[in-house]
Design a protein around this ligand. Structure first.
Ligand SMILES: Nc1ncnc2c1ncn2[C@@H]1O[C@H](COP(=O)(O)OP(=O)(O)OP(=O)(O)O)[C@@H](O)[C@H]1O
Length: 318
């Protein structure tokens, strides 16, 4: 051991701090709060939460390294979120936007959610202005492109999607310090998209996979969603909901937590009708808040059909 400064120590200019306190940065940046909120409000998703903690750690260390003059380049923060519908991708993207904002990687921290139709025009000359308009709105925040692979349609040589892709790739490279792009969708389609579009693959540093929820997790999600609106299952309704979830999973257009949210919307509708038709006298808070077994069992899911009434195909997916 010698007292000679190391090369790295020599590199740090005297005006830079000698050390940084990562624990203090974790508290002061508010990152701890975002991670806690993620843990508290979202059921399950252990691997996703782990990846987000790791990303937060990476960024905190990146910041510390900047303070000590060890890092200068903005890290690549574009991401892909893959998983089936309703697995929480959009909700987690919102939290990610908040995290990136608190750490100073984006100026505003808002989330702009788009699909192909928001970026690609129907006629020649329409795509570039459309894509640029979306990018302008998203600057300073996170652009979330749902089902991003629809941008690429190899079967149609003159597809305008290619124009949107080229603009996106350029902005993802040149505006890395003020815009984070998250591509979302099914894992297998996203893989194929990356195979055909290596430009995207090379610009995306973080791939996060969202697993399907288990039946138990979906029941907990249902209880949380209800309690947020000051409703609750009565004990028989809870059992019915567990059965509902098991049946619904095997039916068409199952969309994890989104199917649960939609089922609860319909259960509340049935509850309101029931109360309206049956109530003879005044109703107390308990009666107005209780979802009863019949509100769940009236669903068509128990008769082998989708729990939707005269809905078009797109909505039936919900
Ligand atoms: N882990 C969870 N805990 C509680 N609620 C959840 C959870 N995951 C999702 N939700 C709720 O389920 C609904 C659908 O979630 P979200 O829109 O984030 O899913 P998604 O993966 O983006 O799906 P899609 O792209 O099909 O909309 C939202 O209302 C969200 O609040």
């Amino acid at each position: 051991m010698t007292d000679e400064p190391t090369a790295l120590e020599e590199k740090a200019s005297p005006s830079l701090p000698q050390s940084v306190d990562l624990a203090a940065a974790f508290e002061e940046s508010g990152v701890r709060d975002v991670l806690k909120e993620l843990d508290d409000t979202m059921i399950g998703l252990a691997p996703v939460k782990q990846r987000i903690r790791e990303t937060a750690a990476l960024l905190l260390v990146d910041q510390a390294r900047r303070q000590l003059g060890l890092a200068t380049e903005t890290p690549t923060l574009h991401m892909s979120f893959t998983g089936n519908p309703g697995t929480g991708k959009t909700t987690v993207a919102l939290k990610m936007a908040d995290l990136l904002h608190r750490l100073g990687y984006v100026r505003k921290g808002h989330l702009v959610t788009v699909t192909r139709d928001d970026l690609v025009g129907q006629y020649i000359g329409h795509t570039a202005p459309k894509t640029k308009e979306v990018l302008k709105k998203a600057m300073g925040g996170v652009l979330f492109i749902d089902e991003a692979y629809y941008l690429y349609r190899p079967e149609n040589e003159r597809d305008y999607g290619q124009e949107a892709i080229e603009i996106l790739l350029q902005v993802m490279e040149n505006n890395r310090d003020d815009l984070v792009v998250i591509l979302a969708g099914y894992a297998d389609r996203m893989d194929r998209f990356f195979e055909s579009n290596p430009g995207f693959r090379s610009r995306i540093a973080h791939h996060i996979e969202f697993p399907d929820y288990t039946n138990e997790e979906l029941l907990k999600i249902a209880e949380i969603m209800l309690s947020e609106q000051n409703y609750a299952f009565d004990p028989a309704a809870r059992v019915a909901m567990a059965e509902y979830i098991a049946s619904r999973r095997g039916q068409q257009h199952f969309a994890n937590a989104r199917s649960i949210r939609n089922a609860l919307d319909r259960a509340r509708l049935r509850q309101a009708n029931r109360l309206f038709n049956e109530a003879a006298g005044p109703l107390d808070a308990a009666a107005l808040s209780a979802i009863a077994e019949t509100d769940i069992r009236a669903s068509r899911v128990f008769r082998g059909g989708l729990d939707t009434d005269r809905k078009p195909a797109r909505e039936a997916a919900e």
